[in-house]
Design a protein around this ligand. Structure first.
Ligand code: PFF
Length: 478
């Protein structure tokens, strides 16, 4: 890469970009489900406590490492201490594994957006009037021989078009369009939902702290169940804040020295948590109402992941008659923007690493990465259909990539980062970066304690619990 390193135009642009990365499918389909199933307000309180402690520590660390070294993850760690370069390599492989499958899901969203646009403008409903066939439509889409691949490619190309334009002209400008629309639509849908008669019980279900998640069936408090809830919230926080994926290092490397890292991180956390909270208000009360109306057990209706978004919600939208098509259209546009801004950040982490390592031009690196991502995404795109018979450790490709990155690699990279900063370079490295150009870092002692002790401990517990869950060992997994 030639010349000076690119930079954001200001701290607001940086906050918006990092928040755009953080706000993604994790906020829309994971947070509401977890909050609903694990104690409502209780889960939200634990989650908030983790965001301002552990999340804060990890995000400050990554941004400071990026800004100090002016490098993306592949080369940043090695620049500080050669021996620790392997963490950078692992941290670069994570977005490289995630981007392909995230783009396949982005492709599914594109398909649903098209279906709802068609429904809204022409009245043709591919799922039937009551969305009775939503399960079959989704099943047919993901197992089709070409469609998941084709829509995934479109999504990848759209992201590539933004990346190739660069930090200021591509990422920053696209965020300026997508993020306000996303925020307004989420707010509008949530307000609409809470004013629908009959959704009050669902709102209570979501917000009122429920001690069931920390009590045994006979009503006694259980420490093991509390630990399980805390670990579940830790995993979600990790996922939602885009930590340990190389993204915050990359975005931090474009940050100006005059901007306060502490202040920016607080703002990113507020944005991300606010959207997750609003997503819950937008989704849980209507799914609850739907469950009551159709006699479906509430916990079953609130199932996680693709099932909630692509099968249950279309049924919920159909409850609203003709207006349902427009609600669906608004909802999937919102999901598309959330997924696209996150995918762009994942893609940028890969492109930037390539530029820094091989000194390539952005255009060349973007083209090379697009080709590689397309190739890798074909496994996830076809893994439910043509290649459905191939399993990795009993999992479909997409599920395997998701598990391996989120549950294994990300905790390992985060633990290694904490040990590196906490015990080898010393927290001073990050603290000094946070205080560059006279900026204030008010929580130095707290930060040092977190990065040295509490963060590695919690992250190790998370890693053990996730691996136990995958191996079917009855453990502390949520
Ligand atoms: N933080 C984003 C989200 O919540 O969706 C981005 C992201 C998280 C992408 C985790 C991929 C991933 F595995």
């Amino acid at each position: 890469m030639s010349g000076k390193r690119a930079s954001w135009s200001g701290s607001l642009a940086f906050v918006l970009a990092a928040a755009a990365s953080a706000i993604g499918l994790g906020n829309l389909w994971r947070f509401p489900y977890l909050a609903a199933q694990y104690g409502g307000g209780m889960f939200i309180a634990i989650y908030l406590a983790l965001v301002v402690t552990l999340g804060f520590t990890l995000m400050v660390t990554e941004i400071a490492v990026g800004r100090k070294t002016q490098q993306s993850p592949l080369t940043a760690y090695a620049l500080i201490q050669r021996r620790w370069g392997f963490v950078g390599l692992l941290g670069t492989l994570i977005p490289l594994f995630i981007t392909p499958y995230y783009c396949v899901i982005g492709g599914w969203v594109l398909y649903y957006l098209k279906a709802y646009a068609c429904m809204a403008f022409t009245g043709v409903n591919i799922m039937g009037e009551a969305a009775a066939n939503s399960g079959e439509v989704f099943g047919a889409l993901i197992s089709a021989p070409f469609a998941p691949f084709g829509y995934g490619m479109l999504f990848i190309l759209a992201c590539a078009a933004v990346i190739v334009l660069g930090v200021k002209n591509g990422i920053e400008k696209s965020n300026l369009v997508m993020m306000p629309i996303l925020f307004l639509m989420a707010l509008g849908l949530a307000v609409y939902v809470v004013t629908i008669p009959g959704t009050f019980d669902g709102i209570k279900y979501y917000l009122i702290p429920n001690l069931d998640c920390v009590s045994t069936p006979d009503g006694r408090f259980s420490l093991a169940l509390l630990a399980k809830t805390v670990l579940g919230a830790t995993g979600q926080m990790f996922y939602s804040l885009s930590l340990a994926m190389g993204i915050m290092i990359t975005y931090g490397s474009y940050m100006k020295k005059t901007d306060s890292i502490e202040r920016c991180v607080r703002r990113i956390e507020v944005f991300d948590t606010l959207i997750a909270f609003i997503a819950g208000l937008m989704i849980i009360p209507v799914v609850y109402l739907f469950a009551v109306k159709t006699g479906t057990p509430v916990k079953e209706a609130m199932n996680a992941g693709p099932g909630l978004m692509f099968v249950t919600l279309p049924k919920v939208f159909a409850m609203f008659g003709a207006a349902g098509a427009w609600i669906g259209l608004a909802f999937f546009l919102l999901v598309l923007f959330a997924a696209a801004t996150s995918a762009i950040s994942l893609y940028e982490a890969c492109v930037s690493s390539l530029c820094d390592f091989l000194k390539l031009e952005r255009k060349t690196a973007t083209t090379f990465m697009a080709t590689l991502i397309m190739f890798l995404s074909s496994f996830s795109a076809l893994g439910y259909g043509a290649w459905g018979h191939i399993k990795l450790f009993g999992m479909q490709f997409l599920d395997f990539f998701d598990f391996f990155t989120n549950s294994v690699m990300m905790p390992i990279v985060a633990i290694a980062t904490c040990v590196f900063i906490g015990w080898f370079t010393g927290p001073r490295l990050v603290i000094e970066e946070c205080e560059a150009e006279g900026a204030k870092f008010r929580v130095k002692r707290f930060y040092s304690f977190m990065v040295k002790y509490l963060a590695p401990l919690l992250l190790t517990a998370l890693l053990v619990s996730e691996v136990c869950r995958a191996l079917g060992i009855k453990g502390w997994s949520i």
